[in-house]
Design a protein around this ligand. Structure first.
Ligand SMILES: [Zn+2]
Length: 122
């Protein structure tokens, strides 16, 4: 798989949001998260959600292939409430690296937050 395009607003390089809202997803990325692996099935089980449901904070969600082959699961909501923060702490306890930045948001830089969830190598 080809590497994802560079997104670094500091250097004026903007990559499109891969969730599908801006058309093509682009290389190194896929729309939404895996159904059967990664954080989505865990979150569904945690909240008793059906297969077509997802937590409210999964807005502009996509996944990126990291250079080492792992997937980085990204959601870009405009706000994070206590429900989202509790989910993120919980995912950290399940063995994921969780980070929240503004500069990595692709959907609407300066407004959306990029929540990044990466499986740690165990
Ligand atoms: Zn989007």
């Amino acid at each position: 798989m080809t590497a994802a395009p560079i997104h670094d607003p500091e250097t004026g390089q903007y990559a499109p949001c891969p969730c599908g809202c801006q058309g093509a997803t682009g290389p190194g990325a896929a729309s939404h998260w895996h159904q059967r692996k990664g954080p989505l099935p865990l979150l569904r089980a945690r909240h008793g959600l059906e297969r077509w449901q997802a937590p409210r904070w999964l807005d502009h969600w996509y996944r990126l292939r990291l250079p080492d082959g792992r997937w980085c699961y990204v959601a870009e909501p405009y706000d994070l409430g206590a429900d989202a923060l509790e989910d993120l702490v919980w995912l950290g306890q399940q063995g994921y690296e969780v980070s929240i930045t503004a500069w990595q948001a692709r959907h609407y830089p300066g407004h959306a937050l990029a929540v990044r969830i990466v499986e740690t190598s165990r």
